[in-house]
Design a protein around this ligand. Structure first.
Ligand code: GLN
Length: 447
């Protein structure tokens, strides 16, 4: 704990943490020491982690990097976080992220962006940007983030670490601040595949507080990491031919494909006819769900309330106007629009039908292939400031990560190389629902 506290102090400029629980973490460490001495320590004894500011931790602030939750303290602990604590994990702090996990650069945080340690003028990705930087810069051993459309995988790719999102419903969402509930999943940011597997093993499983959490038995993922199987792997042809793809990432991908073939895996190009519809359907559905989920921040129940309010309606309006940032307001308005009576069928219903097609086609490909591989991102970490300059380009850059989210399948980003500037490149791997064990084992093959 002291080691990480020193690093956090030394690298404050990276803005990875919104709050550090120094005293408390040191006390936790003492307790864990005693348990180790007594032989009663849990499986994560001594593991120091940070949690993204969207996870509830009893009696601790929870803000989703938003002013609207200023002063709010959580009344309970998220199921996933509790399960880690039950195994004696030590939580060192609350990590910076995009406001309500909406973004891909950590720049929508009300508390300023986290910075990529490799190049401080570049973004760490997002929305779990602070969580990625914390692992990259050795400010904790592992981070727990959330992934709605790429928020652990994309920052992991930008920061040269491993980002893993499980099958939808594998981990309880109880205590995870809702962005788009039919997409949201808790995920991990780690240096090793072993750590990702172990953390999943402990967090996964049924939960009486989340009826959508799967009852399927949890596999001992961390004990099934070795494989000498020869796999069938598909890659979507157009992903490597798309215009926006950085040529160096393309080269790296081709190198990975050659390497896998040389190791006697079968690698084939496949067609996926819905590539152009992935990003639009994702943003219609997630903004719709967000506009509904975020209606609870009304100045009455949580956090901030505008002091300028004169009556009930002005309290709602002023609280939300002052409390939410620009990106969040934009998405609430877009979501409200696509759910409005006149446009519901044209946008929301249609996007749901497109989601179904994307899910079915993805599942069909995954019946023929054990894995689909693609770049995690079309570019390496981009410079700060892009969010204001080119908001649409930032949405379009989610092209590779949102497919797994629309389909609900598990996906992981593993580091596979660097561009000429020394910026990391991530390879993304998708597999069938609940096949996380083979996803981890294959990740060790490509990593
Ligand atoms: N960049 C995507 C978005 O802004 C993903 C965010 C996430 O996964 N939370 O919606």
């Amino acid at each position: 704990v002291n080691y990480y506290l020193q690093n956090i102090e030394r690298k404050k400029h990276l803005n990875a943490y919104l709050e550090v629980f120094a005293e408390e973490a040191l006390n936790q460490a003492d307790e864990v020491d005693q348990k180790i001495a007594a032989g009663t320590a849990g499986r994560l004894a001594g593991m120091v982690i940070g949690i993204k500011d969207v996870l509830a931790y009893k009696d601790h602030s929870l803000q989703s990097s938003s002013r609207i939750l200023e002063g709010f303290k959580s009344l309970y602990t998220a199921t996933a976080v509790q399960r880690l604590l039950d195994e004696d994990v030590i939580i060192i702090g609350r990590q910076n992220c995009d406001e309500f996990a909406m973004g891909a650069s950590n720049e929508t945080s009300a508390y300023g962006p986290a910075l990529n340690e490799i190049d401080n003028s570049r973004v760490p990705g997002g929305s779990s940007g602070g969580s990625a930087v914390a692992v990259q810069a050795d400010l904790c051993l592992a981070s727990i983030g959330s992934d709605t459309g790429g928020s652990v995988r994309q920052p992991a790719a930008f920061c040269d670490i491993i980002g893993f999102k499980p099958t939808y419903s594998r981990i309880s969402r109880y205590g995870l601040v809702a962005y788009a509930s039919s997409f949201d999943q808790i995920g991990t940011l780690t240096r090793s595949i072993e750590d990702a597997a172990l953390l999943l093993e402990i967090m996964a499983g049924a939960d009486e507080f989340d009826s959508t959490a799967s009852h399927r038995p949890v596999v001992p993922y961390s004990e099934q990491l070795q494989t000498d199987k020869k796999f069938r792997i598909g890659y979507i042809r157009d992903t490597l031919e798309s215009e926006g793809l950085d040529p160096e990432i393309r080269e790296t991908m081709l190198g990975v494909i050659d390497r896998l073939k040389a190791e006697d895996h079968t690698v084939e190009a496949v067609d996926f006819p819905y590539l152009d519809f992935i990003v639009p359907s994702y943003y219609i559905l997630t903004t719709a769900e967000a506009s509904s989920n975020l209606s609870r921040y009304d100045g009455v129940k949580y956090g901030y309330r505008s002091p300028d309010a004169t009556d009930l309606v002005s309290m709602y309006k002023k609280t939300r106007t002052q409390g939410f940032g620009h990106e969040v307001k934009k998405r609430i308005m877009l979501g409200t629009f696509v759910l409005s009576a006149d446009y519901y069928d044209a946008y929301y219903t249609k996007a749901q039908r497109v989601r179904r097609l994307i899910k079915e086609k993805t599942e069909e490909l995954l019946r023929n292939y054990d894995f689909l591989i693609m770049p995690t991102t079309p570019t390496t970490a981009f410079p700060l400031g892009g969010n204001d300059a080119e908001p649409l380009a930032i949405y379009l850059a989610d092209i590779f990560t949102v497919q797994a989210s629309l389909a609900g399948v598990p996906a992981i980003s593993v580091p596979v190389g660097y561009d000429a500037k020394g910026l990391p490149i991530g390879l993304q791997v998708l597999t069938r629902p609940f096949e996380e064990a083979q996803l981890f084992a294959f990740s060790k093959v490509v990593n």
